[in-house]
Design a protein around this ligand. Structure first.
Ligand SMILES: [Zn+2]
Length: 282
């Protein structure tokens, strides 16, 4: 290679690096800050990723499926976050019907249930999720409070101290899943088997080809499996594998934490978990 060719290759390489990544914030996205720990990002028309950092950045997905209906997958981390989001929805879209869906029994899947239910908003969840919330909600809350005992975490301690883990009020059988037809949108809730928890489900909006993978799907920059105390590490990658064939047409995949992307997130999750399992088997 001549010096000139080398320079050209280097410049091309640098230009490729400068391209926006396939996931995360794209140039045309609108990000709105509702509070220091709550943001709403419109990733395409009527599709919003809500990131509630309380304290760990956690994703919910809000889709305006018709002029009068919105669906919220994961109900934020606490009641205050849910209240701010509902206010924002009403200010922007008027008095719409809002429906919540819980994708598991951890707090980042259901923290706003109490507020939503008090407003008459229906929240869907599986029978297993409802059972785990009832049986283990109090222990989950104690575990959270234990972690927030130091003075710098006082605001989290105070918020979670008053939080009640409330189960969803519209229950479906986890093995049958759930299908909702609202406006033009088909919403499918599917359980692929045990993963990050034994009850995590995914939600697919088939018209828009958007899959909310939740906590069973890791973002591309995840280097470890995260909090795994309730995980089934052996079955997790096999469960996620099912998503690859069922949702091969998905164009957007949203993880429970971190940047969204495409089906590459599903592949990354399988590779990461297989690697972790292989290492711990040695
Ligand atoms: Zn999570």
């Amino acid at each position: 290679m001549t010096g000139n060719e080398k320079l050209r290759v280097t410049l091309l390489f640098l230009a490729l690096l400068a391209l926006p990544a396939a996931s995360g914030a794209m140039a045309n996205e609108k990000r709105i800050t509702l509070s220091e720990n709550l943001s709403v990002t419109e990733i395409e028309k009527d599709v919003f990723i809500i990131t509630h950092s309380f304290p760990w950045p956690s994703n919910s997905l809000l889709i305006r499926v018709s002029n009068s209906d919105c669906i919220l997958v994961n109900t934020l981390c606490d009641n205050q976050g849910a209240r701010m989001l509902v206010d924002w929805v009403q200010n922007n879209f008027g008095e719409v019907n809002l429906i919540g869906i819980n994708t598991g029994f951890h707090v980042d899947n259901l923290g706003g249930n109490e507020f939503l239910l008090s407003k008459g908003i229906a929240v869907y969840g599986s029978n297993l999720t409802a059972k785990l919330i009832t049986e283990r909600g109090q222990a989950e809350k104690s575990r959270l409070l234990e972690g927030f005992k130091s003075p710098e975490n006082k605001k989290y301690y105070d918020a979670y101290k008053d939080l009640t883990f409330v189960p969803p009020n519209r229950i479906f059988d986890i093995n049958e899943g759930l299908h909702l037809k609202i406006g033009d949108e088909d919403v499918n809730v599917f359980y692929p088997g045990p993963s990050h928890t034994i009850d995590n489900v995914v939600v697919y909006f088939s018209k828009r080809k958007i899959l909310f993978g939740g906590c069973m799907i890791k973002s591309l920059d995840s280097k470890d499996a995260g909090y795994t105390a309730d995980a089934d590490m052996q079955k997790w990658p096999r469960s996620v594998e099912k998503l690859l064939s069922i949702y091969k047409d998905a164009k957007i995949v949203v993880p429970g934490h971190g940047d969204y992307g495409d089906t590459g997130l599903i592949k990354h999750t399988i590779e990461l978990l297989d690697k972790i399992n292989n290492q711990s088997a040695k």
